[in-house]
Design a protein around this ligand. Structure first.
Ligand SMILES: [Zn+2]
Ligand SMILES: [Zn+2]
Length: 638
């Protein structure tokens, strides 16, 4: 019999060592001579564990540093525990509920008799600093379910009791530091002293279990990073994002508003916003016509029978709005596909007619829960740059390729980086194996040829076909969903679409749904933040702002104004009897590309001296020269 059982650990670098069975991972670290303080947890055969856990079998082992993605989660979740302890210490009677890590941070929900404010956050932060300075060990314990229930009943933590009640397990794990104990799966930092840099960022209301019928709790948000430098960079990034917030800029630049009186999630476009939107629409129409698309337009409401036929009633009903007209039920369209199918059906199609590319700036309505509505990206009414392409199987590859090229061209024009993702066949599907194979390999082949990295989401396609999703990255490196290319085996079947092939037989066409920008509303929101409201001349709702120094310059000013207007230049004027300094200040806040001040010199010489948004002044020039300059900049960049 061996003296003591040994087990083998295989490390990330491929090396392996044997240890007495039961050696804990922090001891293994020490034996390896690796005392890097940034290591906070370990992955054992794919599972994340505490450093205090024992090595009980042969295993692959990878140590997790605080600076990695998983490390951030553990660090932030542990900081949430420390925050909850601080809140318990400072506010007797407070009840704790849940506190997970989230993208870029963490939160914890509390039930307390009054609302927390900024001063509270500061107090909590300083108590947290004390807890961190004490470097309290964070320990794990597994309790029988009943014991855990008793523990939290005694502490009068009703939310924790409710959470345990919901767990199917016979035993539960809890993590403790000092007097604080939280129901938790873990893993956690070995001790509170491992937290090097954190910040509480905000407090907001949040319903218990996300259900508006439940009590409103208070959610304190915060974040933590491996070091102060990274935290500072992130906070600076947050500040910049706040300055660029499209809801704030939308109001300041008078682009759009949302009114509870009118309805949540419904956008009201003010003159400048409507103009900006029109610029985008014109751009879209031009780009689509250039690429052989045909403009079509379907009605806003369609008979319910149509939605039955399309499958929307069965699969999408909860997102739809319905209305009765003369005893007939209609559904407000949540997607634009149906009318396009009807157009295709309207006559006999030959293979020579294909591909057909129907394009519509289609306004759709989708019922989103009030809780998820947010500015321009999440609304209940929006317009898609939607197209449906019907082609032969042989044409599919070329069509997908053209769409990807289209996406790449558009992203280039707006200066966005983008990423692509392919979602493949899920478990439950319609369509034959052959259909799936052909469509998936067509999508994949185009991505491979395009020489761009992409991700594959195995099994994540819709039941009716595989798809490519495109996410763009803005200047702040945030990701936004834009284009989608979706194969569909269902609709051509449901609408019995066909074409006559060169063999004289009837065939089923292949169909693609696709959007390029996606929702115009969301894209506008992204653009506002991307440009921080300072749109390039071709998109700017106002391109030129005219200012007079005194009333005696107004007559010439009017003349310049009318000439610019007659050249379709988007111009505004401020001829008020106010100080020039004030007028310039106000114009600057509007972030207009060109400001033109009219004074004695301009009137005498009959020219203008434009001033760029950057503050740079151009020399006095004849008006026609300025007009050509603006016209040149009004072209969409290529
Ligand atoms: Zn926890
Ligand atoms: Zn569609």
């Amino acid at each position: 019999m061996p003296d003591q059982a040994v087990v083998k650990a295989t490390f990330a670098d491929g090396s392996s060592t044997t240890y007495p069975k039961g050696t804990c991972f922090s001891d293994i670290l020490e034996m390896k001579g690796d005392v890097s303080p940034s290591i906070i947890a370990v992955r054992v055969n794919g599972n994340l564990l505490d450093l205090s856990a024992p090595l009980s079998d042969d295993a692959r082992i990878e140590f997790i540093s605080a600076d990695s993605e998983e490390g951030h989660d553990i660090l932030r979740h542990s900081t949430a525990h420390v925050m909850a302890q601080a809140v318990q210490d400072l506010y007797p009677g407070v009840k704790i509920s849940i506190g997970p890590s989230i993208a870029n941070g963490f939160y914890y929900d509390f039930d307390y008799e009054r609302t927390f404010n900024i001063e509270d956050l500061e107090k909590i932060e300083s108590r947290m600093r004390e807890i961190i300075a004490e470097d309290l060990p964070i320990t794990r314990e597994v309790l029988p379910r009943q014991e855990a229930l008793t523990l939290y009943r005694e502490k009068d933590e009703l939310y924790k009791v409710a959470l345990i009640d919901d767990l199917p397990d016979e035993s539960v794990s809890v993590y403790s530091q000092s007097t604080f104990t939280d129901l938790c799966r873990g893993p956690h930092l070995p001790s509170t002293g491992k937290i090097k840099a954190f910040k509480l960022t905000s407090v907001a209301g949040a319903y218990w279990r996300g259900d508006e019928k439940n009590k409103m709790l208070q959610r304190i948000y915060g974040t933590a990073f491996a070091d102060q430098e990274k935290l500072d960079a992130y906070l600076e990034h947050l500040e910049e994002a706040k300055k660029r917030d499209h809801r704030k800029l939308g109001k300041e630049l008078e682009l759009f508003s949302i009114s509870d009186e009118v309805g949540a999630g419904l956008i009201i476009y003010h003159p400048k916003g409507a103009l900006l939107r029109r610029m985008l629409e014109d751009f879209e129409v031009r780009e689509h016509l250039k690429r052989g698309y045909q403009l079509v337009k379907g009605p806003q409401i369609l008979k319910v029978d149509m939605w039955k036929k399309s499958g929307h009633l069965e699969n999408y009903k909860e997102f739809m709005y319905f209305t009765d007209v003369e005893g007939q039920q209609y559904g407000l369209k949540p997607m634009n596909c149906v009318a396009h199918m009807i157009i295709y059906q309207s006559k006999i199609r030959s293979y020579r007619d294909l591909p057909l590319r129907y394009f519509e700036l289609g306004t759709v309505h989708r019922h989103e829960r009030a809780g998820v509505l947010h500015g321009l990206p999440r609304v209940r009414e929006f317009t898609q740059d939607d197209a449906h392409i019907l082609c032969t199987p042989e044409q599919l590859h070329q069509e997908i390729k053209s769409i990807i090229d289209f996406v790449a061209d558009v992203m280039h024009i707006f200066n966005f980086d983008f990423e692509m993702e392919l979602s493949t066949r899920p478990e439950k599907t319609i369509g034959s194996d052959e259909d799936w194979e052909r469509a998936t390999s067509a999508l994949k082949k185009v991505l491979d040829e395009h020489d761009m990295p992409y991700r594959i989401n195995e099994g994540d396609g819709a039941f009716y076909g595989p798809k490519i999703d495109v996410t763009l990255k803005d200047v702040l490196d945030r990701k936004w969903q834009c284009a989608t290319i979706q194969c569909d085996f269902s609709l051509p079947e449901r609408f019995d679409l066909s074409y006559i092939g060169n063999d004289g037989e009837k065939h089923r066409p292949v169909m693609l749904h696709r959007v390029i920008l996606g929702s115009l509303e969301r894209f506008m929101g992204v653009l506002i933040e991307h440009y921080a409201g300072a749109f390039p001349t071709w998109l700017a709702p106002v391109q030129v702002m005219l200012l007079t120094i005194t009333d005696k310059h107004a007559a010439f000013g009017e003349d310049v104004f009318n000439q610019l207007l007659s050249h379709a230049i988007r111009v505004e004027k401020d001829f008020r009897n106010e100080s020039l300094r004030l007028k310039i200040r106000e114009a600057q806040l509007q972030k207009i590309p060109y400001m033109v001040v009219i004074g004695d010199k301009e009137v005498e010489e009959g020219g203008v001296s434009p001033r760029l948004r950057s503050g740079e002044n151009l020399k006095l020039m004849p008006l026609h020269e300025f007009i050509s300059l603006i016209k040149k900049e009004s072209h969409v960049p290529q």
